[in-house]
Design a protein around this ligand. Structure first.
Ligand code: GDP
Ligand code: IMO
Ligand code: MG
Length: 438
């Protein structure tokens, strides 16, 4: 039995969806535990691309249970759309295959309205560049203790009552603060009840069900969304998302005991990308950055925005190794670097006072004037997307991976050389920890 967390270790879009899909083969349950449909997780299987925003990336395996934990902010309309999309492709998603926590917060239409109005009201250089999906406002309501949860939908009187106060407050904000159009109580009530009618059959006590699975010796895979440096506490605040993205939240966000986690796989791209605003020390605003963007198809899976690109940042990843307790790395998109003469890996930052630091600064103002310290690595010219083992990689690519291990302080367990499930080199299976059968 092994329970494994997959955590994004940069600023999101590291290739978590692909690796979760791959590892689902060895798991019985796949659990989303934070974030919402700000996430866009891409899988490519036999040339066919799937992008999931809320449904766990294990859904394509028919015999596995997919779970949406209490830590997720769930937009029911988006989830229903995903379920419909899968149905049109012949994949029936029923309560045997998908479970939703009764404690998951419901992301309502007013959350997205407030997200967008809030961003628009900020000065341009203060905007976070959110996905506009309502994530921040929904988590705000959770912490303010005024949110609606999935289990509440079974109690119509409670929903009616709670929504009155909520709609009053949201209309005050929309109209008085943002000069935007008001929302209508009846519309919100209808929306909530209609979603309840369709989704209540999926709602259950996730903590109880996961504990039963664990006791029965099942393998549980936790699918992180976003990345470590978008974490509300540990990320480049305030340019972050509104949830804890680190591995520890796999437990809080699903009601799973912390002592039962056996391994944490940190997903890292072989270079660095970021979508939205905020510090990015190794960003390349030149031709090399554009080359990475084009070769890596670096456009957001949720918003289609171009992703900013730069060299692999060892400070970012070493921080992630510490913050998540990473036991092994999955390095993705190594193939994108083929053909580049010289590669660089950031190993520290020089601050304005001349000192060198090896951890991400907490204060946003410290990123101004900070300069990465680079190590140069020789590139490789040949294509590597057909490599089936590390031996089939050029010596220079193997050296690059070794340098990543050294600067990050964690071993590389998985190497991805293309978007397809089969374009993966599995060096060490995290489910093989602790006496697993695989
Ligand atoms: P996630 O949010 O972490 O799941 O990542 P995204 O799906 O947003 O972005 C990763 C993108 O890279 C997707 O388009 C994947 O299909 C693609 N991808 C994943 N691994 C590889 C790889 O090893 N090589 C290449 N070329 N593409 C990859
Ligand atoms: P996956 O799971 C990359 C970024 C947004 C913005 C900031 C806050 O696909 O890796 P939010 O809408 O969450 O309030 O936006 O976080 N962001 C992501 N960037 N990948 C993601 O998810 C992201 N989810 C949010 O671009 O900068
Ligand atoms: Mg993504």
């Amino acid at each position: 039995m092994a329970n494994v967390v997959v955590a994004g270790s940069q600023w999101g879009d590291e290739g978590k969806g692909k690796i979760v899909d791959l590892l689902t083969r060895y798991a019985d349950c796949v659990v989303r535990f934070q974030g919402g449909n700000n996430a866009g997780h891409t899988l490519v299987i036999d040339g066919r691309q799937y992008i999931f925003h809320l449904i766990p990336s294990g859904i394509l395996y028919e015999e596995k249970m997919c779970v949406i934990g209490n830590g997720v902010v769930l937009d029911p309309a988006v989830l229903l759309e995903e379920i419909d999309g899968l149905r049109q492709q012949g994949l029936e998603v029923d309560p045997q295959r998908l479970m939703i926590s009764d404690r998951a917060q419901i992301l309502m239409p007013y959350h997205a309205l407030l997200d967008r109005a809030g961003e628009a009201a900020l000065a341009e250089d203060s905007r976070i560049g959110t996905t506009g999906r309502g994530i921040g406002p929904c988590y705000t309501d959770k912490v303010a203790r005024i949110g609606l949860r999935m289990g509440d939908l079974a109690d119509e009187a409670l929903v009616r009552e709670r929504l009155k106060a909520i709609v009053d407050e949201k209309n005050f904000l929309l109209e008085k603060r943002y000069g935007a159009e008001k929302i209508n109580y009846d519309d919100m009530l209808r929306h909530a009840l209609a979603c309840g009618e369709k989704l209540l059959p999926f709602v259950d006590n996730v903590s109880v069900r996961l504990d039963q699975a664990r006791r029965a010796g099942k393998h549980i895979l936790f699918e992180g969304a976003q990345g470590t440096h978008l974490d509300i506490d540990h990320g480049t605040y305030p340019f972050v998302t509104s949830s804890n993205t680190v591995a520890a939240n796999a437990c809080t966000g699903s009601g799973f005991g912390v002592t039962h986690i056996d391994a944490v796989i940190g997903i890292v791209k072989a270079y660095t990308t970021r979508v939205g605003a905020g510090p990015f020390p190794t960003e390349l605003s030149d031709q090399t950055g554009r080359e990475l963007q084009e070769k890596g198809h670096e456009y957001g899976a949720t918003t289609g925005r171009p992703r900013r690109c730069g060299w692999f940042d060892g400070v970012v990843v070493a921080d992630a190794v510490r913050l998540n307790g990473i036991t092994g790395l999955a390095v993705t998109k190594l193939d994108v670097l083929s053909g580049m003469k010289e590669l660089k890996i950031g190993s520290g930052y020089t601050l304005v006072d001349g000192s060198v630091c090896h951890a991400m600064p907490a204060r946003i103002s410290d990123y101004a004037g900070l300069a990465p310290v680079y190590e140069s690595v020789e590139g490789w010219q040949q294509e590597i997307s057909a490599a089936a083992s590390v031996d089939q990689l050029p010596q220079t690519a193997r050296r690059y991976l070794q340098q990543i291990e050294e600067v990050a302080g964690a071993p590389v367990d998985i190497v991805s050389v293309g978007p397809e499930r089969k374009q993966t080199i599995l060096l060490r299976n995290p489910f093989a920890t602790k006496g697993s059968s695989e």
